[in-house]
Design a protein around this ligand. Sequence first.
Ligand SMILES: NC(=O)c1ccc[n+]([C@@H]2O[C@H](COP(=O)([O-])OP(=O)(O)OC[C@H]3O[C@@H](n4cnc5c(N)ncnc54)[C@H](OP(=O)(O)O)[C@@H]3O)[C@@H](O)[C@H]2O)c1
Length: 336
Amino acid sequence: MIYLANSNRYEKMIYRRCGNSGIQLPALSLGLWHNFGSVDKPENMKEMLKLAFDNGITHFDLANNYGPEPGSAEENFGNILTGDFKSYRDEVLISTKAGYYMWAGPYGDWGSKKHLTASLNQSLRRMKVDYVDIFYSHRRDPNTPLEETMGTLDSLVRQGKALYAGISNYSPDDTQKAANILRNLGTPCLIHQPRYNIFDRAPENGLLNVLETEKIGCIAFSPLAQGLLTNRYLNTIPDDSRIAKPHGFLQKESLTAERLQAIRQLNDIAQKRGQTLAQMSIAWLLRDKRITSVLIGASSPRQLEDNLQSLKNIDFTEDELSAIDRISIPVLMYRG
Ligand SMILES: NC(=O)c1ccc[n+]([C@@H]2O[C@H](COP(=O)([O-])OP(=O)(O)OC[C@H]3O[C@@H](n4cnc5c(N)ncnc54)[C@H](OP(=O)(O)O)[C@@H]3O)[C@@H](O)[C@H]2O)c1
């Protein structure tokens, strides 16, 4: 395998325009929520980042608190970026976020100007970059005026600390309001980052319509339901899986008997399509042109290789789509 070679990496990837903007995102983006913290192996991280980039994945998604330890994913990413990726800063798109708990006291969380500004300054230092490409409000803060949170995104873009503004986990109503405020400020909302997968259909209840109407991009996170929508748990819970890890966010309770049965049935459909379940789950999202990018996680280069193959077939027959609905809708994890 040739890493960081002057390869034809951009021919291997599909790029989709992000809403009404100048930015194109790779159909697959790589997130560093898990597997890039201080508890993880540096060589594995480096290999995954190189493999991703060499296959045209130009977008890497972070947040202030990714780790564990919180902040360590940004530190590790910064070390790799200033090492192997030194000459590639202009070829990659880096995002980070603030809005979940990061440090003690009233300024370490949520959506105030104080928190967002201090957090982005910390993120820039940890990643050793002058700016990020996208800065997100990670969640809606019900106690801070939306004007303050959006005004801060606009201000950070004007300061050159971020090129674009995004929102994540906002309801359809709040997304509409945020889009209006940002448009009036002259910093249009580039992108929304919701959780969306075969087991989580919440974005279908209004959010995707708002994004389409407002011409805002959509990057779907946890497309594999944190690993449930793969072959990982078909027979057992592997020791090195997210469910088994003490710091993993996927709980054993999510793997109910009914859901496991659904996973096995979905796996049968994937096999008939000539895909792994992971590939089919990614393709299922990409079949919808409103999805700009699918934001995957991976714990090994092998998984990443598997996921990259999903781009070979993102078309579904009506029969396949109805069969997927029939199996998954009764066991949805989130209905929205
Ligand atoms: N905005 C937000 O609030 C928010 C929240 C969550 C995530 N995100 C973003 O979305 C990114 C992705 O989230 P996620 O990690 O939950 O995504 P995911 O793609 O649904 O799950 C990734 C996990 O699935 C398993 N996996 C991946 N590919 C596989 C394959 N081919 N075969 C078998 N198993 C496979 C691995 O589990 P094992 O570890 O068990 O091997 C991997 O760690 C995050 O890194 C972050 O950037 C954003």
